[in-house]
Design a protein. Sequence first.
Length: 296
Amino acid sequence: MDHRQQAREFLVSRRAKLTPAQANLPAGTNRRVPGLRRSEVAALAGVSIEYYAKLERGALGGVSAGVLDAIARALQLDDAERAHLFDLAHAADGSSALVRPRRRTAKPWAPRPSLQWTLDAITEGPAFVRNGRMDLLAVNRLARAFYADVYADPQRPPNLARFAFLDQRARRFYPDWDLLADITVAILRTEAGRDPHDKDLQNLVGELSTRGEEFRRRWGAHNVRHHGTGAKTYHHPVVGELTLAYEGLELAAEPGLTLTIYTAEPGSPSEEALRLLASWASTPDQTPAVPSDSNT
């Protein structure tokens, strides 16, 4: 991925989202651009218009942390957007490898036995390890049953982003599919800033971009996010609707990988549904009893 283009489009998109009123600036007349003008961002950040214009052209290499902080404040970036701006700057000056070591790709990654034991010890909720491309790399039994549709194609590695955009069953599995789609693309966009040289990520983005407008539109928005905790509602083909809380934990021993655990509120119908799913997962035949119209 072209880091200059990423930086340029990200800064332009953030500037377009910020109105003069939000920045405590007069709206004035004859405003030809959405959001703020370059000169207004430059003034808010305390840099010259020429220097800010250079940054907005994607030339972030060598920019000091102080200037990046000033730009982040001027554009009112949230924590995820600020981190993304710094990731883009690190990629521009070639220091990203020092911030986040790149994973070796000489052979397929496999979980250490102790990591799989840890996942298997979690028996009351789905637990899995994923990377920034949203590949499912290791799961416990309940996560394998929970994501049965994601694993339905044995010819392709399980990937949550590919499932969300290319498999019609995702529209049923995620009742609020639009929100899920926004979150998915924001995670991928964040990963692209962290590691713009990830060939597998480039291939995934290319595949999703060429096969659907829904992904292309969201990718062009340049939204990013930190995805650590929250709650989501799902419709599982076997046990029906579940509302699950999740916690995402960065693995210190495996840079770039996240352990996610889903849990249900104690005493809730979702907790009972998870128990039913665990019972189904323990049976030899785990073929979901999916309604006949689920793939339409």
